[in-house]
Design a binder for this molecule. Structure first.
Ligand SMILES: Cc1ncc(COP(=O)(O)O)c(C=O)c1O
Length: 380
């Protein structure tokens, strides 16, 4: 079965009892056992739930993994992956990563005695220079957030493996529609299911997908021991969202590309960051690594300062001023004061997350309406 067919049929088999084409939502928290100490398929909802299990099967199929785990949020998923580490270990992460991941690594993981370095993952020699003998996890995003940097996933997998580390990648922006990192050698794929997976800004969730059964077992142990599992209703909504993932992502990519081309030629804009533009420094790699689209996220710098960007994001009408991304409605935000406010100001500046940077998540509205909205806001 091809991608779109699997998105609809794997994990969504009809209910054998009633013939319902949509499997029911299982709300039970505990399950009657065949005997004392004789465990059935499900025993307790933290350890496993049929609705969550169905979603995990769909996600594993779309990413090409042996299995997936669904979490209460994207951060819970990332946190679970980092709990494989022990005091004395080191994490090497790209600099262009979600602000919450930066905060988790620098302000929580370091308390457990795990050292963290961030370096530009899109510059392989600089990235390789930051790896250490104690590095156990390399963490990247591609496209990166918020600068839309493109990282060579296969090269990072090779680098991590050469040093005995795992490669984890946050694939939230690309989704498996555009990029399937397990096929390129990554060990762990992470998603904020809150974004494109759910797709409608109404379900919080996260996922990890792996291609190695032992690693799945180790992660499952951590998930079950710590408990940040996805609830049944969120699993149901996310399963529903996945059925249209391919259609939504491809349509959103088309609109994003149109807007990026328009912004790149607009004199009011200082710089447009979108991997689909030939001017993007890694456009050629993005073309090879991404399957028929460049994502629906883009950033641009307005000519002006912090206040110019702030005014712009407060003036759009269709683009709503909000963090998050990946849903049917378009959103706009200022990374310096919103999604990346948890970066230290010095790291923000060092990595090029400027005060005049604006990030947009392109939704499913008519692209002409979206362009007109940005135009009126830029005029204002
Ligand atoms: C790229 C990326 N990764 C991870 C996360 C965290 O996911 P969640 O908010 O579901 O915990 C986000 C949230 O904005 C994100 O944008």
């Amino acid at each position: 079965m091809r991608f779109r067919t699997r998105a609809i049929h794997v994990g969504n088999e009809r209910d054998p009892q009633t013939g319902a084409v949509v499997p029911p939502i299982h709300m039970a928290t505990t399950y009657v056992q065949p005997g004392a100490g004789d465990w059935g398929e499900f025993d307790y909802a933290r350890s496993g739930n049929p609705t969550r299990r169905n979603l995990e099967r769909t996600i594993a199929s779309l990413e090409g993994g042996v299995g997936a785990l669904a979490f209460s949020s994207g951060m819970a998923a990332t946190h679970c992956a980092t709990m494989l580490l022990e005091a004395g270990d080191h994490v090497l992460a790209g600099c262009d990563i979600y602000g919450g991941t930066y905060r988790l690594l620098h302000k929580i993981l370091n308390r457990a005695g795990v050292a963290v370095t961030i370096a530009p993952a899109d510059d392989l020699s600089a990235f390789a220079a930051a790896i250490r003998a104690e590095t156990k996890l390399v963490w990247i995003e591609s496209p990166g957030n918020p600068l839309m940097s493109i990282t060579d996933i296969a090269a990072c997998a090779e680098l991590a493996h050469r040093h005995g580390a795992l490669l984890g990648i946050d694939n939230t922006f690309a989704t498996p529609v555009l990029t399937r990192p397990l096929e390129m050698g990554a060990d762990i794929v992470m998603h904020s299911a809150t974004k494109y997976f759910g797709g409608h800004s109404d379900a919080l969730g996260g996922a990890l997908v792996v291609r190695d059964a032992d690693l799945l077992e180790r992660l499952y142990f951590v998930q079950n021991a710590t408990g940040a599992v996805m609830a049944p209703f969120e699993a149901f909504l996310t399963s529903r969202g996945l059925k249209t993932l391919d259609l939504r992502v491809r349509a959103q990519c088309d609109s994003a590309r149109r807007l990026a081309e328009w912004l790149a030629n607009d004199p009011r804009i200082a710089r447009t960051l979108y991997p689909g533009l030939p001017s993007h420094p890694r456009h050629e790699l993005a073309t090879r690594q991404m399957d028929g689209g460049f994502g629906a996220m883009l950033s641009f710098e307005v000519k002006g300062d912090f206040h110019t960007a702030k005014r712009l994001v407060e003036t759009t009408k269709l683009f709503q001023l909000a963090v998050s991304l990946g849903a049917v409605e378009s959103l706009i935000e200022q990374p310096a004061s919103m999604s990346h406010a948890s970066y230290d100001a010095s790291d923000r500046a060092a990595h090029g997350i400027t005060d005049s940077l604006v990030r947009i998540s392109v939704g499913l509205e008519d692209p002409d309406d979206l362009q007109a909205d940005l135009d009126q806001a830029l005029n204002t």
